[in-house]
Structures are given as C-alpha cells and as structure tokens.
Design a protein around this ligand. Structure first.
Ligand SMILES: [Zn+2]
Length: 431
C-alpha cells in the first residue's frame, strides 16, 4: 500500500522553500501552496530536501557475522543516515562470490525494506586473489550485480586485475579496488609517519596505496574498462587520480567521512576506535582530500561502514580489528568538513552523496534530481540543528565502534523516504 505525503516548505538543495507531494512512489508535484486532501502533511520548514543518499561501500556483515551487523540493523542505520540505497560489500562468511550468496543478501534487503540493497560481488573466489569468481553469474542473478570488489583485500595480482577489468567491461560493471600493496603493508598498524614512529607502531606507507592506484589506472586505460578506487586516503593518490582523469580514463574514486575529518594523531592514546584500513593520515592529506572532493577529482563520499563487535575493538591496538561505523554520521560529518567550511553547497553534497554514487554503482531509481515524476527517494535534513555530541548507544547499528563518539557534529536527519514511503520520521525509524 503506497503512502501519500505533502511535505510543506522544504528547501530543495538548500534553495527557496517548496511543497513536495509524494504519491504512488513518485514525486507527483513540486510547487508553492500545494493542496493534497488525502495526504499526510509534514511540516518541513527549515529543513533541506536532498535526494536519497547512495552508499557505494557498506559492510552489512550478513551472512556470517550477525554479531556485528545484520542486513536489517545495517539498513535501518542507513535510513537513519538519510540513505535510500547501499552497496553491501562481499567480505561476508561465506564470501559473496556466487549468484546464491548475492541473491540471499539482496532478498534480505528487500525483506527489511529500509533501503535498496545492492550486493557487491567478490572479484576472486573467497577473496583469496587466486582465481576470478563467477562475475557473469552474479551479474545475471536477481541481484543484478554491477560492482565487484575484494574489499578488505587488494586484488594484488596485476594479471588477475587486468582480466577482471576486461571481464566487467562486457557486463557494464566496475571493479572497486581496495588499493593496498600487501608486501608494503605487512604488519602495518598506522599511517607511516611521525605519529607511528613516536608510538612505535609499524607504519603503513602512502606509497602502498598510491602504487596500486597508479598501476590500476594504467590497466583500466589499457583495456578501456571502468575502475573505481575505494577509500582514497592520501594526497599522492589524489594527484594520480587527477592525472588519470585528465587523460579521459574511466576512473572514479570515493573518500570516507572519517578521512575527511580525522587524522593519525588521534592514535596517540592507542584508542582502537581510530584504527582503520586505510589508516587515518595527516592534516595535509585531509586538506588534499577535501579539495579533491570539492573539485570533482574524488567523485563521491562512501562510508566504509565497518561494524565490529565490542570484543574486536575494545582490546589493545595491535589486536584490534580495522574499521569504523559511519552510516548514521556521514551526512553530519560532510556538513562539518565540507559545507560549514564553505567547500560545498547542498547541491554539491547531493551530487557527491547521491547522483555520482548512483551512477558509478549503476543503481537505477536513485540519484535523480528532486523533480516531478522522479522516484520519491529523498531525505529531509536539519542542517541548523546545532552541534550535538555523537552517542553510539543511540545508533541502530548493532555495533558501537564510531570514531565520532562524544564528538560534537552539526545537523540531524529528520526524515527519509523510500519510493514515497517514510522509513524515518522525526529522526526515528518508522517501524
Ligand atoms: Zn577497504
């Protein structure tokens, strides 16, 4: 049964207030002083309307690690963060390297109903980097996989990477690479630099990321295939991607909210909440990433939402798991890092958190401008809500490993609509 809504006075992309009428799953009308006698009215004065956010990089952990997250809890967290579609990474147990597993994840998403779940297929069998997985079967499955990634691991073998790029070209797909040269990062614990030396932790050189990005840009150009770079974290990576794009190569890139805001000196107290792969880098890297997101060198923001149970994170630094939750804080972090700093306006945010990721992930029905006839996927955001400290205990995610815990962040997601049905109202899930 479809809902009917009349949203009164929302500032579309931060512009002048308009009424938005949602009916039969689409935006039926946009205008001033609209009337809709059957509709439920939502007073949106002071709220910004954005197209529903799309995440290219979410770890939902199901099947296999339901102690950390399930499709249900992870997609609820996504809706609370303003998302209407997420890509579920393949490093589950079993790995999503067959049509059977990707269809299972896709169905769990449909059942939960909070956001559209687009499973990512593994590039190699078991993420082991030895043998290509059945990319065609996953593409042809009900899950219609278009993004393939061994994320968590790098496809380190250059010949295998070339073959994967050739293969997805025929499927209109993309390889999303976790760029990490494995030999250069053996035992690495933190960004290689001053802080790691002071703490006596094994360093993770920027060159280990940059070398793979450079190699893969060359390979993508050579076979004219689409390459997407996951979680870019260094200034040097930005320069390489800028160069590849200047050549007209089919290369796209993402940055995480945490790499736009946090730096490696947060590790000073050995608090494993700040342990992540790729690691937090320097202030110079953060500045370069922000500039690259502003000028389009980096196409989009992707959360790399990586939930972990308490025992995996609340342990000594060296033993702790890499990763941070992010779905419920992403838009607030982007406001702080990019909007409140004057680097992006709300149209720029919509481009980088909805339109571009939808295009890169080949997600139909998402990422459209808010216009009459478009699918009613949108979020209402209160950018003027003022800064409040993040409290992970209030999060819908099953895990609590937010690096922003206790940190004041601006803004609040007020409501989210998936095809005209409210998934979030007044900052709470509707069911
Ligand atoms: Zn990764």
């Amino acid at each position: 049964m479809s809902e009917e809504w009349l949203i009164k006075g929302a500032a579309i992309l931060g512009g002048a207030p308009s009424d938005i009428h949602l009916k039969d799953g689409v935006i039926s009308r946009i205008g001033q002083d609209l009337d809709a006698p059957e509709a439920t009215v939502l007073d949106a004065a002071g709220l910004i309307a954005l197209p529903g956010l799309v995440d290219l990089h979410t770890h939902l952990r199901e099947p296999g690690r339901e102690d950390a997250e399930t499709v249900e809890t992870g997609t609820r967290a996504a809706a609370l963060g303003g998302y209407t579609a997420v890509h579920a990474m393949a490093n589950t147990e079993p790995v999503a390297d067959t049509a059977g597993v990707v269809e299972q994840v896709w169905r769990l998403g449909e059942q939960a109903g909070y956001v559209d779940v687009r499973p990512v297929g593994a590039v190699t069998v078991g993420l082991l980097g030895k043998q290509l997985a059945e990319l065609g079967a996953m593409a042809d499955s009900a899950a219609r996989v278009r993004v393939f990634s061994d994320d968590g691991f790098c496809v380190a073998d250059a010949l295998l990477m070339r073959r994967a790029l050739e293969y997805v070209k025929a499927l209109d797909g993309v390889i999303a690479q976790h760029a990490q040269e494995p030999r250069l990062t053996e035992g690495a614990q933190l960004n290689e630099g001053e802080v790691a030396s002071r703490l006596g932790l094994a360093g993770w050189p920027a060159a280990a990321e940059e070398a793979i990005i450079a190699r893969d840009c060359l390979l993508a150009a050579h076979v004219d295939a689409a390459l997407h770079i996951c979680h870019v974290s260094t200034a040097g990576s930005v320069e390489i991607i800028r160069w590849a794009k200047s050549k007209g190569w089919r290369v796209t890139a993402e940055v995480t909210p945490h790499h736009l805001l946090l730096t490696d000196d947060l590790a000073e107290d050995y608090d494993p909440r700040f342990k992540v792969n790729p690691p937090l880098r320097t202030h110079g890297d953060v500045a370069a990433l922000r500039e690259a997101l502003q000028d389009g060198t980096i196409d989009c923001v992707a959360t790399d939402h990586a939930p972990h149970p308490v025992e995996a994170k609340e342990t000594e630094w060296a033993a702790a798991a890499n990763g941070m939750t992010g779905l419920e804080t992403a838009l607030r972090v982007v406001q702080k890092a990019m909007v409140d700093t004057g680097l992006l306006d709300w149209a720029g945010v919509a481009m980088r958190m909805s339109a571009r990721p939808a295009a890169i992930g080949r997600v139909s029905g998402h990422g459209h401008p808010l216009s009459e006839g478009a699918p009613a996927n949108l979020t209402l955001y209160d950018a003027a809500a003022g800064e409040t400290p993040v409290d992970p205990r209030t999060h819908a995610s099953k895990s609590r490993n937010s690096p922003f815990a206790g940190m004041p962040l601006p803004g609040r997601v007020h409501a989210t609509f998936l095809r005209g049905t409210a998934t979030v109202l007044d900052g709470k899930v509707t069911r």
